[in-house]
Design a protein around this ligand. Structure first.
Ligand SMILES: Cc1cc2nc3c(=O)[nH]c(=O)nc-3n(C[C@H](O)[C@H](O)[C@H](O)COP(=O)(O)O)c2cc1C
Length: 435
């Protein structure tokens, strides 16, 4: 019999409401102060502000006088839904003292693009406009995103100023290399929104997985028939990659073992690429010792062709019967060594029917601590979709997570894992005390 839904120890409803009570990083409800300075890259930051507003951040834009010569304040006002703060001495803001108000409200101050001029001003503690005063007055984290011509960026004076900012505890988003508006190649280009978003979310995240070594598998495996053909499945890897990205954001040391996907390795994650179930088994078993959590989100092929032809099989000669054999059951192997190795083991089950019964069976048979059950029968869950609706099952009960993005699903799974790790730690401590 499947067990009843238990009472959640945290505010389960908030997940549905999209509010900001969970531990994971999100922009929802965060006050982000964006300081735009006079670089040609200011137009790119209009896209950042739009994306932040879409992710429900409360964005306040401060523009320097030079920035307003590149992009009209009206653009940022329309995108952020707030009036752009024009100057330190604006009469209409006099009673609120805007630099103090913004500095206090901010969860994060982002200076993007940051010109050589503003970097120098900040490095020397100047307080000559609204942006510089806000940065001096805030206790919030500050992210500086330099953007300028490569020669300017490489100048010792700019580099020295950037080092100074780092010493103040400001984070610096390293500019990209490439062709710039001045038609020169080199380092100095403002990165795109995605890498900037990742850095911002990492700054905002609670590092509740710091100190954990986490091994994650993702994607499908391919079992070759001949040099041109293989058996595989529809896994895109999106769920496993989201788990890796969010765990890293929350401070974990993450290794991702991935079957073939089109996805890029998440920043600061150690990625190991494999192709077959046997290769994935070898990679996982070689790295599982020392891990504190292992999450098997990969869709590993259960079967492979008994024989692999060295040459492409011709249409005329093909034997229409394909003898198959079972591949290694990596999850089961891990389940058997779990107690001795001491890791927490999380499995995924992709099911098209009898989800609950199948999940409960796998939890027991494979000796898992937690299983995430995916419904692959619907278009917006499971394989290839950007969203997911997962049911978590552990030895205490079952929790249905809402239909949300895979990134959010990953964070909700980590919330649960963090709780399990705390419980495990507390149990180990009390056993130690009673000895
Ligand atoms: C067309 C043009 C593009 C510029 N692009 C940049 C740039 O990308 N980075 C930079 O540091 N300065 C750039 N500058 C120079 C700055 O606008 C100038 O140093 C200004 O004083 C910066 O003021 P602020 O930092 O207060 O916004 C550019 C100037 C012009 C005319």
């Amino acid at each position: 019999m499947f067990r009843a839904k238990r009472v959640m120890p945290f505010l389960f409803q908030d997940w549905f409401l999209g509010e900001n009570h969970c531990m994971h990083a999100t922009f929802a409800g965060k006050r982000i102060v964006v300081g735009v300075t006079g670089s040609i890259a200011a137009f790119k930051v209009a896209g950042w502000v739009s994306a932040l507003a879409r992710e429900e951040a409360r964005v306040a834009v401060i523009m320097t006088e030079s920035a307003a010569r590149f992009v009209a304040p009206l653009t940022f006002a329309a995108l952020s839904g707030e009036r752009v703060h024009p100057s330190l001495f604006a009469e209409e803001d006099a009673e609120t003292i805007p630099h103090i108000q913004l500095a206090r409200e901010a969860d994060l101050v982002v200076i993007a693009p940051a010109t050589a001029h503003t970097i120098a001003r900040l490095a020397h503690g100047l307080a000559d406009d609204l942006l510089a005063c806000t940065v001096l007055a805030t206790r919030a984290p500050v992210l500086v995103c330099p953007a300028m011509n490569a020669q300017m960026y490489g100048h010792p004076s700019v580099q020295e100023n950037i080092e100074k900012l780092k010493k103040f505890g400001y984070q610096v988003l390293i500019p990209e290399c490439g062709r710039m508006a001045c038609r020169e190649e080199g380092a100095g280009r403002l990165p795109e929104w995605e890498p900037a978003r990742e850095v911002m979310l990492r700054i905002l995240a609670v590092p509740d997985l710091a100190g954990e070594k986490i091994l994650i598998t993702a994607g499908p495996t391919r079992e070759p028939l001949d040099p041109a053909r293989f058996l595989s499945n529809r896994s895109s890897g999106k769920m496993g990659y989201s788990l890796a990205r969010t765990a890293r954001r929350r401070g974990a040391d993450v290794t991702l073992i991935s079957g073939p996907t089109v996805l890029a390795c998440p920043p600061d994650v150690c990625c190991v690429r494999v192709e077959t179930a046997a290769e994935m088994g070898e990679a996982v078993l070689a790295r599982c010792h020392g891990a504190s959590v292992i999450v098997k989100a990969a869709a590993v092929s259960d079967f492979r062709p008994v024989a692999r032809s060295a040459e492409k099989v011709k249409k005329e000669q093909a034997d229409l019967h394909l003898p198959l054999e079972q591949t290694i059951d990596i999850l089961k192997e891990l389940g058997q060594m779990k107690k001795e190795a001491g890791f927490l083991l999380v499995g995924f089950a992709a099911e098209s029917r009898d989800h609950a019964a199948e999940g409960e069976r796998k939890l027991k048979v494979k000796n898992l601590d937690l299983i995430a059950i995916n419904d692959i029968g619907s278009a917006n869950t499971g394989f290839e979709a950007d969203t997911n609706q997962v049911t978590l099952l552990d030895h205490d009960g079952v929790i249905s997570l809402p239909l949300v993005s895979k990134e959010r699903t990953a964070d909700l799974i980590w919330d649960h894992v963090v709780m399990m790790l705390k419980k495990k730690g507390a149990t180990a401590e009390s056993v130690g005390r009673s000895r």
